[in-house]
Structure formats: structure tokens, C-alpha cells
Design a protein around this ligand. Structure first.
Ligand code: NAP
Length: 337
């Protein structure tokens, strides 16, 4: 691939799609946005005007456009698999937002198609792998500083969610990040999941279990606790700690600045995921662009996307049944070694 800027087409211009448009156009190097699609035509046209791109009438036109080298998919999850398959069919690299697909079957189709194409083209948008704090934790664990990982504690708190948000979506939209992070940090698959809900916040819709406690078990027996609390009110707060045989490594609540006055310390924290993970998204997009330039896969693969969906779907069944659910150990193709 030449060192000309990678010409990126973006499908889906909502919350994260619009942010990615700005990142590709203005915040990272070696790329520009050339084509956009959204079912909301006016939204796509407005964004396209800002970045000097064209707004096209269909997603397929973006994928097939001669001035599009690589694609970002940021449409709702139900469209991810079919769009990713189209990108593979024309041999263009694709960064697909999480989830790779809502069902294991669709993820398997993507993994099979990518292997048939004979080339890694798919990256899944698990941007926590690009977060500096998580990367330090992984480096500390991999360097042996804390011995063997025994326990992993995660907290995932959002200030609030719309009334349409369900207990199952806490697994597929929120905890799926911890699922990928746990697999990546530990370098192991997750084999069992259970979900417990106890005393509930009065701030959640009646149909939503909130908070919920998710207990995941890795193949070597590491227990992973995930508190998911999507109406925590006070801010967006993501924490993580690995307890090892000789020490701990952790990621604290994020501090955006503070002041001390009247014998009190006041700390400003992120109000939402955009602020908390802004640097990680930027690093993710830069890494993806660099990977496209180098024709070298980076970040979470389609196989990682498949494994994350398999665990998230098991967690959905655990929410519904109240019972532990086993996750079949996936067969990792040599292609993804
Ligand atoms: P959103 O705000 O609803 O944006 C989705 C956009 O896609 C909307 O403009 C929607 O238009 C449009 N759309 C609907 N159907 C489409 C189709 N068939 N083809 C193309 N565009 C279509 O959702 P979002 O919050 O940006 O989430 C989008 C995806 O990113 C989801 O899969 C989500 O899980 C993921 N995400 C990931 C992260 C992360 O941390 N990695 C964070 C946020 C979101 P209408 O509004 O008119 O339907």
C-alpha cells in the first residue's frame, strides 16, 4: 500500500460514527474521509460537507467506491455482519464497531469468509486494548511483576441509560467490553458465566436489573467479577484490578483534574464513555490506519469478536435463567495465531 493517505468510508454516522469521522479526518495522521452513508441522509450529508467527503445513497456504494480503501462500520449491530462480509468480498480492510455481530452464527460466517479470503481484513472496535491504563496492567502481568493472575475485578458504571435499555443489553452493550478486556489481559478463554442481581437502584426502569454482578470463569480458573451498574448517576466510572499471586496491578477511577479548597479535595471525573476513552479511540483509529498502511493486522480480530459475542450471549442466557451457563471453548484457527 502506498503512503498516500488511506481513503476511509464510514457507514453509520450516529454517536460513535460521527466521532470516528472527526478522528479519521482531523485527529490522526495518514488518513482522510472520502465517503459516508447513514440512513439519515441529512446527517451524512452534513458531516460529509465538513470533511470534504461524499454522502452516498447506500452502504454498498461506500464499500465499492473506487476512492475508498478501507471502511469503518458504525451502524447498529444487527447490520455489522452483512456489511463486514461485503468488505471482505471486495478485499478491503474494515474496522467494525463492537459487536462483530449479535449472534455467534453470524460471527462464524465472518470468520469463515475472512479465512477463505486468505488475508486478515477485519478489526473489531474493542478500544480498551488501546487505553494506556489497561496496557500498563497487561505489561505488568506479562512481565511477571505480580505473579500468576488469580482474580480480576472490574467495575463498569454509567451515569444513566434510556428507558429502552434492558438487563440483557447490560451484557451485550456494556459487559462485552469487560469480556474482551478479560480475554486480552489474561490471554485465556472464558468458559463459564453467571449473573446475579440483588438490591436494585430506585433510579432504573422497572424492567431493568441494575446493578448486576457478572461472574466469569477463565479456562485456568481465574474468577472475574464485573459489576455493571448503568444508572450509577454520579459519573462514568470504569475500574479494573488484577490480583496476582505476588501482587496486584490496577486501573483507578479517572481523574480529569482537581482542586483543593476549604480542607477538601474536589476531583473532576468523566461524565461519559466518550470522555473517558477519547484517547483510546484516537489510538485505536491511528493503529488501524497504520495497520492498513503496513498491510498488517492490528487490534481485536474477527475471532476475538466471535469469542466476545459467544460469552455475551451466554451472559444473556444467564440473566434469563438465573443459572450458570457454560461457554463452549472455541477452536482457534491457526489463521488467527
Ligand atoms: P447510533 O447513535 O444509533 O448511530 C447509528 C447510526 O447508524 C444512526 O445514525 C442510524 O440512523 C444509522 N443507521 C441505522 N441503520 C443503518 C444502516 N442500515 N446502515 C447504516 N447506518 C444505519 O448508535 P451508536 O451509539 O453510534 O452505535 C453504533 C455502533 O457502535 C453499535 O454497534 C454500538 O454498539 C457501537 N458503539 C461502540 C462503542 C465503543 O465503545 N466501542 C461506543 C458506542 C457505540 P438512525 O438513527 O436514523 O436509525
Amino acid at each position: 500500500m502506498s503512503k498516500e493517505p488511506v481513503r476511509v468510508g464510514i457507514i453509520g454516522c450516529g454517536n460513535i460514527g460521527a466521532d470516528h469521522v472527526d478522528r479519521v479526518a482531523n485527529q490522526v495522521s495518514g488518513s482522510r474521509v472520502t465517503a459516508l452513508f447513514d440512513v439519515d441522509t441529512a446527517r451524512a450529508q452534513e458531516l460529509a460537507r465538513h470533511v470534504g467527503a461524499v454522502a452516498l445513497a447506500t452502504a454498498s456504494e461506500v464499500i465499492n467506491h473506487p476512492e475508498v480503501d478501507a471502511i469503518i462500520i458504525a451502524s447498529p449491530g444487527e447490520f455489522h455482519a452483512s456489511l463486514t462480509l461485503e468488505c471482505i468480498a471486495v478485499g478491503k480492510p474494515v474496522l467494525c464497531e463492537k459487536p462483530l455481530a449479535p449472534t455467534v452464527k453470524e460471527c462464524e460466517e465472518v470468520v469463515a469468509a475472512e479465512q477463505s479470503a486468505g488475508r486478515r481484513l477485519v478489526q473489531v472496535g474493542f478500544m480498551r486494548r488501546n487505553d494506556v491504563g489497561y496496557r500498563h496492567m497487561k505489561e505488568n502481568l506479562d512481565a511477571g511483576h505480580i505473579g500468576d493472575a488469580l482474580l480480576l475485578h472490574c467495575e463498569h458504571r454509567n451515569p444513566d441509560v434510556p428507558d429502552s435499555f434492558t438487563s440483557e443489553m447490560s451484557m451485550t452493550d456494556s459487559v462485552i467490553h469487560e469480556i474482551d478486556t478479560a480475554r486480552w489481559l489474561l490471554g485465556e478463554e472464558i468458559v463459564r458465566v453467571r449473573v446475579i442481581s440483588g438490591k436494585q437502584t430506585p433510579n432504573a426502569a422497572a424492567h431493568l436489573n441494575d446493578p448486576q454482578l457478572v461472574i466469569l470463569e477463565s479456562e485456568s480458573g481465574v474468577l472475574i467479577s464485573v459489576e455493571v451498574f448503568v444508572n450509577a448517576k454520579y459519573g462514568y466510572d470504569v475500574r479494573c484490578e488484577i490480583v496476582g499471586s505476588n501482587g496486584v496491578t490496577s486501573l483507578g477511577s479517572q481523574d480529569l483534574g482537581q482542586y483543593v479548597s476549604n480542607v477538601q479535595r474536589n476531583v473532576t471525573m468523566p461524565g461519559n464513555w466518550r470522555i473517558r476513552f477519547g484517547d483510546a479511540y484516537r489510538a485505536e483509529i491511528q493503529d488501524w490506519i497504520n495497520g492498513v498502511h503496513a498491510d498488517e493486522p492490528r487490534g481485536a480480530s474477527a475471532f476475538d469478536g466471535l469469542c466476545a459475542t459467544a460469552v455475551a450471549q451466554a451472559a444473556v442466557r444467564a440473566v434469563q435463567s438465573g443459572q450458570p451457563v457454560d461457554v463452549p471453548k472455541p477452536n482457534k484457527p491457526a489463521f488467527y495465531a
